[in-house]
Each structure stands twice: as structure tokens, then as C-alpha cells.
Design a protein around this ligand. Structure first.
Ligand code: SF4
Ligand code: SF4
Length: 313
């Protein structure tokens, strides 16, 4: 994206009252105008969070430079749990660099995020231990979702929801025994977990859930100025800067006119969700997962949560 357009889009974000801008890739640390963008976000009053593979931050001077330019938080995305798996997945022996970046981040705001995928499920515990020993102070766990590509959902790494739930339970057991704070983003049915597990996460304030599409709480901008509902649907942008909108007001009007799309994505995956006491938190999980899996096989219903209603409000 050209710098001029990045500034125009940041100005639109400011006009919409945006509080946080997440910079994703590709690899955003390689964007040539990054420090200018970080500075413009700072002067616009928008908090910047960058999600990175971490490689450039093995050099501590670059972390210092980016935070000095205006970065508010840096999140390193961990792809695998051992040097061997990292090399197999990324084609390069870079696990040591990622761990060095995690160590460098200890003096700054941010943490590590792990996507629970087919590739990492068997080594989730060694992955967590390695990065805590490398110096991680905060870890976020979240699930993988399919992506819509050329009209079809593609799923390369999303686990079956019950296996994903079992992997998360193991991961949280490991986190609880380590000197680290954590958050989990649950985008599969809550009813795949024991209700006591969900209640504990809520009480510890380390559970986030919900979908920016269902909540209408976020937008994604692509490199050509296109705007979409979610980064798993960028083959289907609903508009483009300079073509469909040029101001915050025009973008807001365009977004709110996408009723048909919201009617499709806001459907509950099962009738069992309609009376569920945690529906406001769970929403049935990511709507895209149901392009791969039959909800009837995984949505058990929310009866177990009925006794927990005061904790869940
Ligand atoms: S549809 Fe919602 S939950 Fe699924 S990937 Fe997109 S934003 Fe995330
Ligand atoms: S019944 Fe539906 S809303 Fe309730 S926990 Fe299960 S998937 Fe979520």
C-alpha cells in the first residue's frame, strides 16, 4: 500500500472512532513505510498492535526503533514448538531467532500468540515452555478458521472442534503451571468445554470471544485499499477506497447497507444455541468453521451453563 493511501485510510479510521489498529501481513515489519504509519497512528490517537513472525526483532535495535516511532504493542506469532518443526513449516532454521525476539520483547509491551492448528497440536506444551523460557511474559491462544478463496472455503490447518478443545485444555493446564499471564480467544463452541473451565477463564478475566463480523466491531483493509469484513474473507471485499468510499461517513453507510451478508453470518449454527445462557459470549463460534464441520455433531447445548449465569453476565 502506498504511504499516501495508508494515511488516508488511517484518517478514515480516526473518523470512525477507531481505538485500535492491528497491523497484519504478510509480514508487516517489512513494510517500507512502517515507521511513518506508526507515527501517524500515534498522532491520530489510534493504538497500534503489530502481529509479526518476529524475525526482524531478533535485533533489539529494531524493536526500540519501532516502539520509538509509535508502536504500542508487538505480538509475535509462533508457528511451531521445536526447531525441527519450525524448519519443516517455514523452510528456514529460524526458531532461535524467534526465541531471541521473544527475549528482546521482555522490556516492551506485547507477547506471543499461538494459533491452535493441526501442525502445532502435538507440541503445544513444548511450544509454550520454550517461549516462556525464552522470556515471554504474556501468551495468547486462539483457534484457526477456514478462509474463503475464489468462492470456496479452504481449510489447511483447522482442527476438528473437539480436538481443538482438547488441545486448548492441555495448553491452559501448562500455562497455569508457568510464570506467565495469558488470554484465550475461543471461536469454537463453549459447550465443548467443561462449564467450570469457562467459568474459571471468565473469573480470571482471560477469556475473549465473539467475532468481529457478528459483533460488527471491526473492519479489515487490504493492500489495495479494499475493505472486508474479516481477514478470512478478503477475496470478498465489500468496497474499495476511492471507488466505493472516500470518507468515514461513506464507509459507514456502505458497511451498514450489507444486511444480506449479516443475515447469513448471524445465524445460530444449531437450534440448541437459541436458549443457551452463554450465547451472548459464544455466538456458536466462528461461522466459517461450519463450512467444514456439521454443527449437529459438535454443538451439545448450553444446559451445563445454566447454574453459572451470574458469573457469565
Ligand atoms: S468469521 Fe469471525 S470468528 Fe471467523 S475468522 Fe472471521 S472474524 Fe474470526
Ligand atoms: S449451545 Fe451454541 S451458543 Fe451455547 S455454548 Fe454451544 S455453541 Fe455456544
Amino acid at each position: 500500500m502506498k504511504l499516501e493511501q495508508a494515511f488516508q485510510i488511517i484518517d478514515i479510521m480516526q473518523g470512525l472512532g477507531t481505538q485500535t489498529c492491528k497491523l497484519l501481513g504478510g509480514e508487516p515489519s517489512l513494510y517500507p513505510h512502517l515507521t511513518d504509519v506508526l507515527a501517524h497512528l500515534r498522532t491520530s490517537g489510534i493504538c497500534s498492535v503489530m502481529i509479526t513472525n518476529g524475525l526482524v526483532y531478533a535485533d533489539k535495535r529494531i524493536i526500540q526503533e519501532h516502539f520509538a516511532a509509535g508502536l504500542d504493542s508487538l505480538v509475535i506469532s509462533l508457528k511451531a514448538g521445536t526447531p525441527e518443526s519450525y524448519k519443516r513449516l517455514t523452510g528456514a532454521p529460524v526458531f532461535g531467532k524467534v526465541c531471541a525476539a521473544v527475549g528482546n520483547l521482555a522490556d516492551f509491551k506485547g507477547g506471543v500468540t499461538i494459533t491452535i492448528t493441526e501442525e502445532i497440536k502435538d507440541e503445544i506444551v513444548p511450544a509454550i515452555r520454550s517461549i516462556v523460557y525464552a522470556g515471554a511474559r504474556f501468551i495468547n491462544l486462539h483457534f484457526c478458521s477456514p478462509t474463503l478463496v475464489s468462492g470456496l472455503p479452504e481449510n489447511h490447518s483447522m482442527l476438528e472442534p473437539n480436538i481443538a478443545a482438547e488441545t486448548l485444555l492441555r495448553a491452559v493446564e501448562c500455562l497455569d503451571a508457568l510464570p506467565v499471564t495469558y488470554n484465550v480467544q475461543i471461536s469454537i463452541p463453549f459447550c465443548l468445554f467443561p462449564s467450570s473451565f469457562i467459568q474459571t477463564l471468565i473469573e480470571k478475566k482471560c477469556l475473549t470471544s465473539g467475532c468481529i463480523v457478528n459483533k460488527k466491531s471491526g473492519l479489515i483493509f487490504g493492500p489495495q485499499g479494499e475493505v472486508g469484513f474479516c481477514n478470512h474473507m478478503m477475496d470478498y471485499p465489500f468496497g474499495k477506497y476511492g471507488v466505493n468510499f472516500s470518507s468515514a461517513e461513506e464507509l459507514q453507510t456502505l458497511y451498514l447497507s450489507q444486511d444480506h451478508f449479516f443475515q447469513i453470518t448471524n445465524r445460530a449454527p444449531s437450534h440448541k444455541c437459541l436458549e443457551c445462557p452463554v450465547r451472548h459470549l459464544c455466538c456458536g463460534g466462528c461461522p466459517l468453521q461450519w463450512t467444514q464441520f456439521d454443527p449437529q455433531a459438535y454443538v451439545k447445548g448450553g444446559d451445563e451453563f445454566k447454574g453459572l449465569s451470574s458469573a457469565l453476565k
